[in-house]
Structure formats: structure tokens, C-alpha cells
Design a protein around this ligand. Structure first.
Ligand code: GRF
Length: 236
């Protein structure tokens, strides 16, 4: 008996290059999932056009048609549930989500954020990394919880910041890594190597204490072991 492919919904507010990367990974056979819905709060989002071209059902909901954020989020998430999705990916969805709406999805919903979390939650991450004089920047995929960009980090991609980099150059260089990171992280969730267990992520049946790192070949592997400061013990 073959295991059914997980059904995935995606929410995106913008151009949808991360969605395009997910679809390309699926088409290459690297991401065995079925995309059942692409939703947006922006009717003009490029992501919706990409989904239409790929034959994926789309949903555009205008938050201005609702009395408040909670009403919008509850309707949006009810429609996502009705799509039959098992997993939900936020790929550039530029809204804070109400805690009650997202609660049923905890452990099944991931987000990609353009910083090395916990650094730089929220907006303007590239600008803030440059202003801080960081020598390294990156992107994170994390489980979504009610805390904005605050859920447990699953995987990260790192890039050096070069002298003279501006915000746009940095964003562009990072984006190409995001396009490898998000499909790789979703593939782990889809295959159940990555799971949510007792309010925390597990990888291959063990607690994931340190984010997985994206390697040169686009594969995710355990990051550096965490040294426990009080005992010097290594936790892998
Ligand atoms: C990406 O940089 C992602 O990390 C952030 O929003 C951007 C979305 O880009 N959350 P795109 O719409 O996928 O091209």
C-alpha cells in the first residue's frame, strides 16, 4: 500500500518566488506533496497567478471585508481546512495571524523568514543586519506559533555579508537560498522525519535542539551541537 502524499496549502501575499520554488521542487520529484490551495490577502498577488497557471485552486480574501482581524483569520483558516490540507506553508504571507485561528495548525504550519532567527523578527531584516554590521545573514524556516516569527526554528541557510552589499543585493542573494531551504524543510515535514511532538520539534525521533543547516548540495543536516554552558555537555 502506498502512503498518500500530504496535501499542502500555501499562503502568500506577494510575487510568489518561494511558491515557484516549491512547485519546481515538486516537479523535479524532490517534494512528494500535492498542492491543494494557494490563498492570499492580495487579489493581485503574483503567487495567485502562478498557482492558476499550475492548475492549483486559489483563494483571494480581502481583509477589508471583515469586521476585524480575528474574523478574517477564522474565515481564511476555515477555508484552508475545507481544502483538505494536511500542512500549511506561509511563503511571504505578510500578516500577523490570530492565535485562535492558528491553534489547530500548530505543528503543521511553517513559515519562511529572511533572517537568522531569533535575530530580526518582523520587517526590514536585510536593512537591520547591514545596520548592525553583521558579517553573516540568513533565512529560517520555523514552525508557526502565536508569537510573531517566534516558533521553534527548523532549518536555516546562511550567507556571508560582503563589504559594500546593499539591502537589495543582500535580499537577492538570500532569496536564492530561501528557494532551496523552504522545499527542503517542507520535504522533511512531508516525510515525517520532522515532527511536532509534545509542543516541540523532533527530527528522526529526537528533539531538534539546534536548527538544521542547509548544505552546499541543498540538503539539510544537523547544525553545530549545542554546548550546555553549565556542564560543558554536548547535546547533538
Ligand atoms: C521572502 O523573502 C520571505 O522570506 C518573506 O517574504 C518574501 C516573499 O517572497 N517572508 P516571495 O513572494 O516568495 O517571492
Amino acid at each position: 500500500m502506498t502512503t498518500p502524499r500530504p496535501r499542502v496549502a500555501v499562503l502568500a501575499s506577494g510575487r510568489g518566488s518561494n511558491l515557484a520554488a516549491l512547485l519546481a521542487a515538486r516537479d523535479r520529484g524532490e517534494l512528494p506533496v500535492d498542492f491543494v490551495l494557494v490563498g492570499s490577502d492580495q487579489a493581485a498577488a503574483g503567487a495567485l497567478r502562478l498557482a492558476e497557471a499550475a492548475g492549483i485552486p486559489t483563494l483571494a480574501l480581502d481583509p477589508r471585508g471583515y469586521p476585524d482581524r480575528r474574523a478574517f483569520d477564522l474565515d481564511l483558516f476555515a477555508r484552508i481546512a475545507a481544502s483538505g490540507a494536511d500542512l500549511l506553508v506561509l511563503a511571504g504571507f505578510m500578516r500577523i495571524i490570530d492565535a485562535a485561528a492558528l491553534a489547530p495548525w500548530i505543528g503543521r504550519m511553517i513559515n519562511i523568514h529572511p533572517s537568522l532567527l531569533p535575530k530580526y523578527r518582523g520587517l526590514h531584516t536585510h536593512r537591520r543586519a547591514l545596520a548592525a554590521g553583521d558579517r553573516e545573514h540568513g533565512a529560517s524556516v520555523h514552525f508557526v506559533t502565536a508569537e510573531l516569527d517566534g516558533g521553534p526554528v527548523i532549518a536555516q541557510a546562511r550567507i556571508p555579508i560582503h563589504p559594500g552589499d546593499d539591502e537589495q543585493q543582500l535580499a537577492q542573494r538570500l532569496l536564492s537560498q530561501e528557494h532551496r531551504l523552504l522545499p527542503a524543510a517542507l520535504a522533511l515535514l512531508a516525510s515525517h522525519r520532522l515532527q511536532w511532538h509534545d509542543q516541540a520539534p523532533q527530527f528522526d525521533g529526537k528533539p531538534l535542539l539546534t536548527p538544521l543547516e542547509l548544505g552546499a548540495h541543498g540538503l539539510l543536516a544537523p547544525g553545530n551541537p549545542q554546548v550546555q554552558p553549565d556542564t560543558g555537555r554536548l547535546d547533538t
